[in-house]
Design a protein around this ligand. Structure first.
Ligand code: ZN
Length: 257
């Protein structure tokens, strides 16, 4: 069983052929997909899609890309949604210091607030981190017992080990299929398999084969193939272990199909 641990299948870019995209995912052995929320206005459509397809699993959160539009009322609403809707995680939340026009102070406020909600509700967090790994680690360290994943991990090896020691999983996607991505490929080679997850981040971060095209869950096959080339374990072991990692992080997804 393959799990796409990060996929925005709710995005409007899939509206005209979502069923076909999901059919292709199932045909390629993907049996569970984690769907993170990026802003309060996207939560209802995630709820609807995840109710329709039992192998899609909802997370609700406020993404740093949309920091301008998030309000304190969204955080209150998030508390309500978490209580009433039973998501598998809080997210996607995080910090993005790569994009310079995003208000850093507001990002930190919303990130910390969402970590607190996760702690209160005993839920894992799905974290987006770009050029911000130190502040991400700081936030996690302040909250004992918090669990989660860093999606599309791009920090250093040393930071990766710190995050793993804190109980976090690191997820990798299409970016590792590019030969020039030497730094993250080295991470995939060296990090312990029991800390790794695989994802597509669809519709973004396509693999080399589908460069500049819309990404979709079925293309996770390229991520698995690259991981198999980079590591010593056989493909089957990589699939089984990353799925097991995902199931131990997000509860209730093992028997979806
Ligand atoms: Zn995402």
């Amino acid at each position: 069983m393959i799990i796409d641990s990060h996929c925005h299948i709710d995005f409007p870019v899939f509206d005209h052929d979502r069923q076909q995209v999901l059919d292709r995912a199932l045909q390629n052995g993907i049996q569970n997909i984690i769907v993170p929320g990026v802003s309060a206005e996207t939560w209802p459509r995630i709820k609807e899609i995840c109710t329709q397809y039992k192998y899609l699993h909802a997370c609700y959160g406020l993404h740093p890309y949309h920091i301008d539009q998030h309000t304190p009322a969204d955080l209150l609403l998030l508390e309500q949604w978490v209580t009433s809707e039973n998501p598998v995680a809080i997210g996607e939340c995080g910090l993005d210091y790569f994009l310079k026009d995003l208000d850093k102070t507001k990002q930190l406020d919303f990130f910390h607030a969402q970590l607190d909600i996760a702690v209160t509700h005993h839920l894992p967090v799905v974290i987006h981190s770009r050029k911000a790994t130190e502040d991400i680690i700081k936030g996690i360290k302040q909250r004992t017992g918090l669990q989660g994943m860093i999606h599309s991990y791009s920090g250093s090896y040393e930071q990766a080990i710190q995050l793993i020691d804190l109980g976090f999983y690191l997820s990798f996607g299409g970016a590792i299929t590019y030969n020039r991505a030497t730094r993250i490929r080295e991470l995939v080679r060296k990090l312990p398999l029991n800390a790794l997850l695989i994802e597509t981040d669809s519709p973004d971060q396509s693999d080399l084969k589908h460069h500049k095209q819309r990404n979709e869950p079925a293309y996770i096959k390229s991520v698995i193939k690259t991981m198999t080339e980079l590591r010593s374990e056989k493909m089957e072991i990589i699939i089984n272990q990353t799925s097991r990692n995902c199931m131990s992080l997000f509860s209730g997804i093992n028997d979806s199909i």
